[in-house]
Design a binder for this molecule. Structure first.
Ligand SMILES: [Zn+2]
Length: 341
């Protein structure tokens, strides 16, 4: 048996196993054994027919293996009949449900059962592997040789996942998460799927928050304007452009304005409250706004916004100034009391 056939059999068996486990989980505790047998038979038939349909007899395993080896990028999932099933959202699909707040999908989704293995598309370095908001677990792999990074969302925090460090093409990086841990919750479960994005440039090229942030999934601008590439086109690429994929030209303001706008508003509000506190001679107001700014800075920091330092500095300044003012008032009052009437 050739290596390609063995690999394919192993991958099919893994996928088959996960499908059964996933289906069994969804059925609840009292499913009849007869139904399980029927389901097993059905899946087996689909697997056999699907494999036959997707693999022309004229393509030898050697040719298929050579093609997979020659491709610049590996597919992030095992080949399976599910690839032809409708996926959750294609690249640049528009989220019309959100009405005027509509956003575009910066990736392609592949619907698969929880526990499906996910692989790195090329050699590189896992630069991020951690919990990230609506993604559940998120893995990002930098590929400096191609000047792009790949993003894999809705992974499983509870299963094994690769830690930051070097990674090889086709290497296992994580598993798809259950619908309650992949960004979904028991109350609002999320369809188990891989959110797969590819972006020109490196993660460090996109430091700011807002639509331009490096882990964006749904964004207001057209994703291709911000360097997101069509995942299907990248996976089908037969060669790398000289010097890798070029990131879009973005000037300073276009990268930073959403973040600067928010920080600017906060600082203006801080300045306004300071002026108000000074006029009304109420140092406690400064303390209150200092605390508010510090809390906001903490939120910015959690959200990965690089400009968290500005509200933090302003918050500390207000706290020190307000505290000093309050202390001076106390001392003065104390001295007056000591001097007596
Ligand atoms: Zn998605």
């Amino acid at each position: 048996m050739s290596v390609a056939v063995r690999t394919r059999l192993r991958r099919e068996a893994t996928h088959f196993g996960f499908q059964i486990v996933d289906w069994r989980k969804r059925q609840g505790p009292d499913v009849e054994p007869g139904r399980i047998m029927l389901r097993l038979l059905g899946l087996l038939l689909v697997g056999v027919l699907g494999a036959n349909a997707s693999e022309p007899v004229t393509t030898s395993d050697a040719v298929a293996a050579a093609a997979q080896h020659a491709a610049v990028f590996a597919f992030p999932l095992d080949p399976s009949p599910a690839d032809t099933e409708p996926y959750c959202a294609d690249f640049e699909n528009c989220n019309v449900r959100a009405g005027r707040h509509r956003k575009y999908h910066a990736a392609r989704d592949y619907a698969r059962p929880a526990g499906t293995p996910v692989y790195a598309i090329a050699d590189g370095r896992v630069s991020f592997s951690g919990r990230m908001g609506g993604y559940g677990w998120l893995v990002i792999v930098d590929h400096p040789q191609a000047n792009l990074y790949s993003l894999y969302g809705h992974l499983s925090p509870s299963r094994w996942h690769k830690r930051p460090g070097p990674v090889r093409k086709g290497e296992l990086i994580a598993y798809l998460g259950d619908s309650t841990e992949n960004g979904g919750t028991p109350k609002h479960p999320l369809v188990t799927h891989l959110h797969f994005g590819v972006r020109a440039g490196q993660r460090a090229d996109y430091p700011s928050q807002g639509e331009w942030r490096w882990q964006a999934g749904w964004i207001r601008s057209m994703p291709s304007d911000l360097g997101w590439l069509h995942p299907a086109a990248i996976l089908a690429a037969e060669s790398l452009p000289a010097g890798g994929f070029r990131k879009p030209r973005m000037n300073f303001m276009s990268v930073w304005y959403p973040e600067l706008l928010r920080v600017g508003f906060l600082l203006l509000a801080g300045l306004g409250s300071a002026a108000y506190a000074y006029r009304k001679k109420k140092p406690a107001l400064l303390l209150v706004y200092g605390i508010v700014l510090s809390v906001i800075a903490r939120v910015f920091w959690i959200k990965g916004m690089t400009t968290y330092l500005l509200p933090l500095a302003a918050g500390i300044l207000l706290l020190v100034f307000g505290g000093g003012w309050l202390l001076r008032d106390r001392l003065r009052k104390g001295r007056q009391d000591a001097a007596g009437p």
